[in-house]
Design a protein around this ligand. Structure first.
Ligand SMILES: [Zn+2]
Length: 267
């Protein structure tokens, strides 16, 4: 009885070992691809044969290091103090049609409807362009700027439905600089600027309406807390003074990692 069981066990073991030997001879095991330190350092999402989707791009240490610290924030349309614009749909207003609360402010020129089409949209504060693209026809062109508060807290401003986008990805823009123009998101809405402020380290676009706050802040409250109406005269943006017309920092080969990033991006 005992020997029969042993024989069966041995037979099963023999069949299994034989099967694996046969399998490995039919389909050779592909060699393990070693990831070097340099390769491990590149952005994680590089599609095989298309553009890098910056929505999934995590900032590298050297990119984070470029994010300007801010002490002043202005209104992104109209005057820096908020004149000549009105807010058609305030932050966290409930929109039953869309099934959620509005995640930003809808800023319009005081003329209403499409009278503000093509009006300048300004960087609300010194920032690094961490997203510039069109995630969907309904969103239209979007720019996201990254900023840091005094306590190093990350802060982002998002400018959506743009007619024209003028700030290239990776560029540093100064407060008050024109980064785009007010648009209709491909004719989906009367022209307005959908403006959001978030606390975030990553790049996510979202849907414009939410049931919960998540990382969204009230743009008007943030601007009010960081806006000194006298600041323009007494402390112009240092970035503006530095004249930032130099090369795009993300494509500058002198910055470690930039060359590799662009090589992979253009693949
Ligand atoms: Zn909106």
């Amino acid at each position: 009885m005992k020997s029969t069981r042993l024989l069966i066990t041995l037979a099963i073991a023999f069949i299994m070992v034989g099967y694996f030997v046969w399998r490995s001879s039919v389909t050779p095991i592909s060699p393990v691809k070693l990831v070097s330190f340099q390769e491990a350092d590149v952005p994680p999402i590089i599609p095989e044969s298309s553009e890098v989707d910056m929505r999934f791009h995590m900032l590298s240490a050297w990119q984070v290091n470029q994010i300007p610290k801010i002490s002043q924030m202005d209104t992104p349309m109209g005057s820096e103090n908020g004149a000549l614009v009105y807010n058609a749909q305030s932050f966290w207003e409930m929109n039953d049609q869309r099934g959620g609360h509005h995640t930003g402010d809808d800023l319009n020129g005081i003329g209403g409807m499409n009278t503000d089409l093509g009006d300048p949209v300004y960087a609300a504060a010194d920032g690094l362009v961490i997203y510039s693209g069109e995630p969907s026809p309904g969103w239209g062109k979007i720019i996201v700027l990254a900023h840091r508060e005094h306590n190093d807290q990350p802060l982002q401003t998002m400018y959506a439905h743009l007619e024209q986008s003028k700030a290239p990805l990776g560029s540093l823009v100064a407060r008050g600089e024109i980064i785009g123009t007010c648009g209709t998101a491909n004719g989906n809405y009367p022209a307005h600027l959908h403006f959001e402020i978030r606390q975030s380290n990553g790049i996510e676009i979202g849907g414009g309406y939410l049931k919960r706050f998540l990382n969204h802040l009230d743009p008007q409250a943030v601007i009010a807390s960081m806006h000194n109406p006298e600041a323009k005269g007494i402390s112009p943006s240092l970035l503006k003074l530095a004249n930032l017309s130099g090369p795009n920092p993300w494509t500058n080969p002198e910055i470690k990692g930039a060359e590799k990033f662009m090589e992979l991006k253009n693949k």
